[in-house]
Design a binder for this molecule. Structure first.
Ligand SMILES: [Zn+2]
Ligand SMILES: [Zn+2]
Ligand SMILES: [Zn+2]
Ligand SMILES: [Zn+2]
Ligand SMILES: [Zn+2]
Ligand SMILES: [Zn+2]
Ligand SMILES: [Zn+2]
Length: 1705
């Protein structure tokens, strides 16, 4: 076809087919569209493009392509990104994708890992982004090919022409459609051939309405279910729009009006459009077309370049009319989904092509102002705005510089920013105080402009051109205009009389200040890199400041101050009466530049170029001084009525986020000003601003205590002001760690900050980072110096790694460090004194030796020796003479002494260096030895100190005074020494002399310390007594354990005749008559109580929970609670019931009273506050009154049952015969009763009347031996176990109650047996007291619970249980032994037997029965093990092998191997059985079982009265065992199901986690929501039990559980953990514990960074590594069923956890 007609033809094609394929039904993106579209629409384009079969053509293109070395991988949401923290990257926004990072050199560097918010791409291969290591292995360029070749060179001319044609048409079409605003018409040439009345009601996203509002409205408007509404809302939120109704115009219009009406009440309504289906169809296809373009250009860099060219080609409308411009300028009108698609295309085309990136950047800069204005008006987040692409261009140094010089970008950004902040006061200042919500919203959006400015400035130029200088200074001027609007904004006036009515808004102003902090610092750094720029900037800044304050004396009276023979002219101004502002960015910028003049030495080299003569020091210091005085007055309580707003401002003024460009610079400015003034003048002005001049200027100021006594508050206020003023003097003279002020490097400054932080206490890495200011790279510079001043201590299983100050660094300590708050200061002082005392040193904290000032600031030292200061010092010392004056304070005196100390140290430094530096004119000793000026003959400072040295009321200051006097002596000797010898003597230092100290003093202190210790000991023992009284029962127990007459001795000298201990069988150990008398104390009423069958019931607080901890089959669906028969536990242990206890004992009636009180309180509270608690009273939960452990029932304590050794007992076969007769009789009796019950007719068919054997009384009803309260508690605990274990409503009549109790007993013992193995602890003796108590009550309860159930029911259970071992044809539903957990069977048999045994009076012993049950079950278990370990073989062969093995024919080693299998398989069962009988019968365990190691097998078998060759059991009773062996034959069907697990069952553990956390992040980033088709999940969460990844905390994956909507995690816990869950929230790096639907807490993750800290929320981004110990700790919590308890404790400790909607996670 002809080229000229191509556009028209393509349009015709599209007009015809697009509406036929797209948007034919209510659903916008059905699958058939995706299938048809490529076929009909894309493939013709590809054919045309390639001129041949597309797959062939594209492959050729790809082959010829020489790809650029840029990785350009676009980040998905949540994907890990890496940045290097060495100085390899050009700026902190440079990031690598995981693959590139792993192949780069930076892997070996210190790096930061973050998760991407989506958007942005990998900078690998961009040589401008990296100073070092720009390529990973994969993107390393091939040196042979020239990299700068034009990619188009590889393409034929026709190909270029065709591509150009296709791209122009398609891109134009897409742009037209996406920016199309008409709802019912199409652009020319696209009108469909046939037009139906089909419309969409399209709902658009906004950020104003909440999810809930949208869902509610939709349900009303379009009559959908809640689920559909949720799905609509989710899509609207994700894609930016969604059709909610399809149909004729009327139908859609109606829905629209309902939506608009419903959402317009408070806010602007939701945006809804009724659009014709053909319009929507073309828009859908336009998006597909853009995606197609993005895909096709991947084949070749040449195609990409052509697309760039097409996009940026200027359109017919002239400037800014290219397709790219059109898209950008319509950005804020498009919906989210469209924006995303074209932003992606920009990133993969324009930003990946070096040539066009530059051209695009220019267009972007040209449109900058318009784009930003659109963005500010829009309400979508910045990540959905095209302005967000700025980071991709502005951070490229060459582009940034080009945009500054050619597009004047700096000025544009600043001007645009100022244009949006039009709200000013009369003086042109910003007025944030009175911001409305709307203005505040706008202000938030405008802040992103500051971010752009930061990008532009982030890399400093290494070379300056004249053009760059010109444009930078132009930008700097614009910036000064901005600062002018801030200088003096939001001023405050002290409120007197009334409290302010409304707290003024202050945050906006500080937000601006904080955002600008880095910019201001970077501006200074740019200036410092070029002398000419620095000089010009200084001039501009000075003139801006002068302009601001030209009239600073306006309306203020000039006055003259005089003191100590000096006088100065100034103005009358009171901070406490007039307006004062905390915002002085111009002054502070000038202060910074002033220090730079000194640092760069420009001040010394080009003084003639600088306007130094124009400087007016009083003007410079005036406003910073006012600001500092304001802080002092706030401290002194003078501004209380101004409310919290001011307090907060003062806080941020000093805070690490602001102080660099606020407080620090004010101090610098005072230093700069003072260095240019007479120190006396400076101090007088300072006194005047502090409103203290009148105190010190009067002639008799030294007698203050006599004159001024009127108002105590005023005195107190003035005292604080004097303290603050002295502190300020200390700082002005002593703060020399700013480069340019003192002779230091910037590392010295950081080092000093760290030292002072660590002087307070040892700190974790993150705490230190928080305390240090960050630079624009988010680095503090700490890493380079930390090791030189601190030692690192690794963390244990809890806590953090800590840095501790090296002892030698403590000498830098300055008590008046300017960044200490008052609290920090006193903590540091205490800590440092303590350390000194511990080292046996004098605890004095003298001022440290300081670095020297730079020449520009050198004159500051003279403040120390000027007359006014000495006058002030003398006055304070004189006041201190009076012990109870009240007109001076300890802190005041301490500061004065510190200042004197500083003078002496300074003098010493001068003396020591005077050899090289001759113009020392510093003679402090002389000055303080002279008598005071006026009135004449007042004592000298030295004389005052000597007097004060002996004043009894100044005890605390004596060491400092002594130190001063001593140093003074050294000084004098040093001076005379110098005078005579003429050179310094280094070895005389202050430290060594001071260390030689007063011995008597030390002795006195030691004595004081001893007395203090004794006092503390006395207090401790008092507390102990108190505690014992309160916890008698605990001590009772521990005393009992120590008492030789009770249990422990019995264990070693058993009362039974032979020396072997048996826990079961007729020969078992028995407690003597009077021992085992157990007396306990109730924790509630403190009364003692003996545990007796007929006594008051005592109970243990207990917590029953369902458990899957030991499950070997998490896929088994939960049982139906109403129909489930729990009599036989399946060996996969998939669901169990666990009982735990804190071990605290109460009377049952005391507990009942307590629980009723808790219930009543809870009801009242819920009505009033509607808040939840950590426990659910309605479910029977409560907290143990003593330890607050979560509990949901109580277990009664029972005494050991009394049994006696009986006569001769039958052997197993006889016993079995008797038992089987008994069972027959019982069974027929039961059937008879049942049949009689059923219809009353005597229908005895099939029920043989079996007479009972001798001594078996069928009609006998044994008397319940227990007291009524015990019976009641037996029912209580039984019902609770039943209710929780089966998740049913309580029903004490249910036949399953006793079964659940036996099951819980068995399961709990089994889980504890596992725990002991996993913890590598011996079977006996290592359990904590509480578990010991719990297990013994649980087993004894188990053997008693039948008494409160229907006897017939329990007997029936017994019959069924026994039939599993001894087949009985009359019993139905007997499972195969392969499907029975044998330990559960054993426990149930033993515990149900009493119900049958109670009918027996034939002289059989219950102990015998227990032993035979053990034998039978053990044999069955052996069979089970053999079957499962030798699958496929019949049982005869393995048994034969074993037999052969034991008959001494050793050569059959497979038999030996088999025996090992059996032993290993049965061991857990035997251990559990030993625990069970131990607790049931109270038999002490043999010592071998109290230790780990060899001999366990024999000891176990011995204790359990079993032969250690277990096969003997089998062969001794061969014929009896046959049926057990054979029963398995019939059930070979089960082989397949059972063969997947073997005995012993291995302990479950939590899933393996990767060592490096980023592997998890990567895994999570590729995880998509399973419900909403391929969407990224926002909160991917990993189940640590089974390893499932879930889409948590999101509407998409909510499901219904028991009638409530729950999130994915909660739903999963019910399937995987029977209600308990342990998760890792991957994005947050946080462990989540969940229990039930309402309980949860967060727990520290098992991942630590190199500094031994966790990073919850992944904020710091340090690489994280798995800490096995911590993970094991979590695993242990899980294995011991303590998760719920842990949640309870966490919620009690932190009430905010209770309010979290855990069920939606
Ligand atoms: Zn990459
Ligand atoms: Zn790479
Ligand atoms: Zn690096
Ligand atoms: Zn009590
Ligand atoms: Zn307790
Ligand atoms: Zn989901
Ligand atoms: Zn799971």
């Amino acid at each position: 076809c002809e080229i000229s007609n191509l556009p028209k033809e393509v349009y015709q094609h599209l007009a015809c087919y697009v509406p036929k394929i797209y948007c034919l039904g209510p659903n916008l993106n059905p699958q058939n569209e995706d299938l048809l579209a490529p076929l009909l629409l894309q493939s013709p384009l590809e054919w045309y493009l390639c001129g041949e079969e597309p797959s062939v053509g594209l492959a050729k293109l790809e082959q010829n392509n020489q790809p650029s070395q840029l990785c350009g991988h676009v980040f998905k949401v949540g994907e890990p990104t890496y940045s290097c923290r060495y100085s390899c990257a050009a700026d902190p926004t440079c990031v690598l994708c995981m693959q590139c990072f792993l192949g780069s050199v930076h892997k070996e560097h210190r790096y930061r890992m973050t998760t991407s918010g989506g958007g942005g791409f990998c900078d690998c291969g961009d040589t401008e982004a990296w100073k070092k290591g720009p390529y990973c292995q994969k993107h390393e360029p091939n040196i042979s090919d020239s990299s700068q070749k034009d990619p188009l060179a590889n393409l034929s001319d026709e190909m270029i022409a065709r591509t150009y044609n296709v791209f122009s048409i398609i891109l134009k079409y897409a742009v037209d459609m996406l920016t199309w605003e008409k709802e019912d018409e199409l652009p020319e040439g696209l009108e469909p051939p046939a037009r139906g009345d089909t419309y969409y009601c399209m709902l658009f996203n906004d950020e104003v309405h909440t999810y809930e509002q949208v869902i509610y409205t939709l349900q009303k408007a379009v009559n959908c279910t809640q689920k559909e509404a949720v799905s609509f809302a989710t899509t609207v939120d994700r894609d930016g729009r969604k059709s909610v109704r399809f149909g004729d115009f009327q139908f859609c219009e109606q829905a629209k009006s309902v939506i608009v009406r419903n959402t317009s009440r408070q806010t602007k309504p939701l945006r809804v459009q009724v659009m014709h289906s053909s319009v929507v169809a073309h828009q859908c296809f336009a998006l597909k077309a853009l995606t197609w373009l993005g895909q096709i250009i991947r084949y070749s860099d040449a195609l990409r370049r052509i697309l760039c060219q097409v996009g940026l080609q200027r359109g017919p409308e002239g400037e800014n009319s290219s397709l790219v411009d059109t898209l950008m300028l319509c950005d804020s009108k498009m919906w989210k989904g469209a924006r995303n698609v074209y932003h992606q295309l920009f990133m993969s085309s324009l930003l990946m092509d070096t040539k066009y990136k530059k051209l695009f950047a220019i267009q972007f800069a040209k449109n900058y102002e318009r784009l930003q204005s659109d963005y500010v008006k829009d309400d979508h987040d910045r990540e959905f705005s095209v302005t967000d692409l700025s980071v991709q261009m502005f951070t490229v140094p060459s582009l940034a510089r080009m945009l500054i010089t050619e597009e004047n970008l700096m000025t544009t950004i600043i001007r645009t920013f100022m244009d949006h902040l039009r709200h000013r006061d009369l003086h042109g200042h910003f007025q944030f105080e009175r911001y409305t919500a709307q203005q505040a919203f706008k202000f938030r959006r405008v802040q992103s402009l500051i971010g752009d400015l930061k990008y532009v400035l982030i890399s400093r130029p290494t070379e300056w051109t004249d053009q760059l200088r010109e444009k930078y200074l132009e930008g700097f001027s614009a910036f000064l205009e901005l600062l002018k609007c801030m200088q003096g904004m939001d001023p405050v006036v002290r409120q007197v009389g009334q409290h302010i009515e409304m707290e003024p808004e202050w945050e906006a102003a500080f937000t601006l200040q904080m955002k600008l902090t880095h910019i201001i610092s970077m501006m200074q750094e740019w200036c410092s890199s070029d002398e000419r720029v620095l000089i010009e900037a200084y001039k501009k800044c000075l003139s801006a400041l002068t302009h601001c304050h030209s009239g600073f004396t306006d309306g203020e009276q000039p006055i003259t101050l005089s003191m100590c023979g000096h006088s100065v002219d100034t103005i009358r101004y009171c901070v406490s009466q007039e307006k004062v502002s905390i915002h002085l960015p111009l002054s502070r910028l000038l202060a910074g530049l002033h220090a730079l003049l000194s640092k760069t030495e420009v001040a010394y080299r080009f003084p003639e170029l600088l306007p130094l003569s124009e400087l007016s020091p009083p003007m410079l210091i005036e406003h910073p001084l006012r600001c500092l005085v304001l802080c002092a007055q706030v401290h002194a309580g003078m501004w209380r009525r101004n409310g919290f707003s001011l307090v907060n401002q003062i806080y941020y003024y000093h805070n690490v986020k602001c102080r660099v460009e606020m407080f620090d610079k004010d101090l610098s400015m005072l230093q700069a000003g003072a260095s240019m003034m007479d120190p006396n003048h400076f101090l007088m002005i300072m006194l005047s601003r502090f409103e203290l001049y009148h105190i010190f200027s009067s002639a008799d100021c030294r007698k203050r205590y006599n004159r001024e006594n009127a108002n105590k508050d005023v005195v107190q206020q003035n005292n604080t002001l004097i303290e603050e003023m002295l502190h300020l003097v200390i700082m002005i003279v002593g703060e020399r760690y700013t480069a340019g002020v003192g002779q230091v490097e910037c590392f010295d400054e950081i080092r000093r900050e760290i030292v002072h932080q660590l002087c307070i206490r040892p700190m974790a890495h993150s705490e230190l980072v928080k305390a240090l200011p960050e630079n624009e790279n988010k680095e503090t510079g700490m890493e380079r110096v930390i090791d030189s001043v601190a030692l690192f201590k690794k963390p244990g299983v809890t806590g953090k790694g800590l840095y501790k100050l090296r002892p030698e660094s403590a000498k830098m300590f300055n008590l008046y460090f300017h960044h200490y708050s008052r609290a920090d200061q006193s903590k540091a002082e205490e800590a440092q004194r303590k350390i000194k005392r511990q080292n046996g040193e004098d605890s004095v904290l003298p001022p440290p030796v300081l670095p020297r000032f730079c020449p520009l600031f050198a004159s500051l030292v003279n403040i120390l020796q000027c007359d006014v200061l000495l006058g002030i010092l003398g006055a304070v010392l004189q006041w201190a003479m009076e012990p109870s004056g009240g007109h001076w304070s300890e802190s005041m005196l301490q500061r004065v002494l510190h200042l004197i100390g500083m003078g002496l140290v300074e003098e010493q430094q001068h003396l020591l260096s005077s050899a090289e530096d001759n113009d020392t004119n510093f003679n402090f000793t002389l000055k303080i030895s002279r008598p005071g000026e006026a009135p004449a003959n007042t004592p000298s400072i030295l004389a005052l100190l000597e007097t004060l040295q002996n004043a009894p009321h100044l005890e605390v200051h004596k060491d400092m005074i002594r130190w001063i006097l001593k140093v003074k002596l050294i000084q004098i000797s040093l001076q005379s020494h110098l005078d005579s010898s003429g050179h310094s003597q280094e070895e005389v230092s202050i430290g060594s002399t001071v260390r030689d100290k007063d011995k008597a003093e030390r002795k006195r202190k030691a004595e004081m310390a001893r007395l203090r210790r004794e006092k503390i000991m006395a207090q401790m023992s008092e507390m102990q007594r108190h505690f014992i009284n309160e916890n008698k029962e605990l001590f009772q127990q521990s005393l009992e354990e120590l008492d030789p007459s009770t249990s422990s001795t019995l264990e070693h000298s058993p009362s039974s005749c032979d020396s072997t201990l048996f826990c079961v069988g007729p020969r078992r150990w028995r407690a003597g008559g009077s021992d085992r008398r157990q007396v306990v104390t109730c924790i509630l009423c403190q009364e003692e109580q003996e545990i007796r069958i007929d006594g008051k019931a005592m109970v243990l607080a207990a917590f029953v929970q369902r458990s899957t901890v030991m499950s070997k089959n998490r896929k088994r669906p939960p049982h139906n609670p109403d129909k489930y028969d729990p009599l036989f536990m399946h060996p996969d242990l998939s669901f169990g019931t666990h009982t735990g206890s804190c071990g605290h004992i109460m009377h049952s009636h005391c507990w009942q009273r307590y629980f009723e009180a808790v219930q009543a309180k809870e009801q009242r509270r819920q009505q009033r506050l509607r808040v939840h608690t950590s426990y659910d009273v309605e479910n029977g939960e409560f907290l143990c009154p003593l330890c607050e452990c979560l509990s949901n029932t109580v277990i009664p304590l029972l005494p050991l049952t009394k049994t006696s050794c009986s006569s001769e007992q039958p052997d197993l076969s006889q016993w079995l015969n008797i038992t089987s007769l008994q069972m027959k009789a019982l069974l027929s009796a039961h059937r008879k009763a049942k049949a009689a019950d059923a219809d009353g007719v005597d229908d005895m068919d099939g029920v043989n009347d079996c007479p009972p054997p001798d001594g078996f009384k069928l009609d006998y009803t044994p008397k319940n031996p227990y007291s009524s309260t015990i019976k009641e508690m037996l029912t209580t605990f039984g019902t609770a176990t039943y209710k929780v274990g089966l998740k049913v409503h309580p029903n004490e009549q249910d036949p399953r109650v006793p079964i659940m109790c036996w099951g819980s007993c068995a399961y709990t013992i089994q889980s504890i047996e596992r725990l002991l193995v996993d913890e590598e602890k011996p079977l006996f003796g290592s359990l904590p007291c509480r578990q010991d108590d719990c297990l013994s009550s649980l087993t004894r309860f188990g053997s008693a619970c039948w008494t409160v159930s229907s006897h017939a029911t329990v007997q029936n259970h017994f019959i069924r249980l026994l039939a599993a071992l001894v087949p009985d044809p009359r019993v139905e539903n007997t499972p195969c032994i392969l499907d029975i957990d044998m330990f559960h069977l054993l426990v149930s048999l033993v515990l149900s037997h009493p119900a049958v045994f109670s009918l027996d009076s034939s002289g059989l012993s219950a102990d015998t029965a227990q032993l035979y049950f053990l034998h039978l079950v053990t044999v069955a278990h052996i069979v089970q093990i053999l079957l499962s370990s030798v699958p496929g073989e019949s049982l005869i062969l393995p048994l034969h092998k074993l037999h052969v093995c034991f008959s001494g024919l050793r050569e059959v080693d497979s038999g030996w191997h088999l025996w090992c299998c059996v032993k290993a398989g049965i061991l857990p069962y035997l251990r559990a059985a030993a625990l069970f009988f131990h607790y049931l019968n109270g038999a002490p365990a043999p010592p071998e079982l109290h230790t780990l190691g060899v001999g366990e097998w024999e000891a176990l078998c011995g204790y359990l009265c079993l032969p250690s060759n277990l096969l003997q059991l089998f062969y001794n009773n061969r014929e009896l065992m046959e049926p057990v062996v054979h029963c398995s034959r019939s059930s070979s069907v089960h082989y397949s199901t059972i063969s997947y697990f073997r005995f012993p069952r291995e302990s479950n553990h939590l899933i393996e986690l990767p060592g490096d956390y980023s592997a998890l992040i990567n895994q999570a980033s590729s995880f998509t929501c399973p419900k909403s088709g391929g969407d990224k999940s926002r909160a991917p969460t990993l189940c640590l039990v089974c390893g499932a990844m879930l889409c948590s905390q999101s509407y998409c994956c909510q499901s219904e559980l028991e009638g409530v909507d729950v999130g994915a995690c909660t739903a999963h816990t019910f399937a995987c953990g029977a209600g308990v869950g342990i998760f890792l929230r991957v994005r947050e790096s946080q462990v989540l514990f969940l229990a039930g639907k309402t309980k949860g807490c967060f727990y520290a993750p098992p991942y630590l960074d190199d500094y031994g800290e966790t990073d919850q929320g992944l904020r710091r981004g340090n690489p994280l590594h798995l800490c096995q110990e911590r993970y094991r700790k979590i695993q242990k919590l899980w294995r011991q069923h303590s998760i719920t308890e842990e949640i309870g404790h966490a919620q009690e400790a932190n009430q905010t956890l209770v309010g979290i909607d855990w069920q939606h996670l």
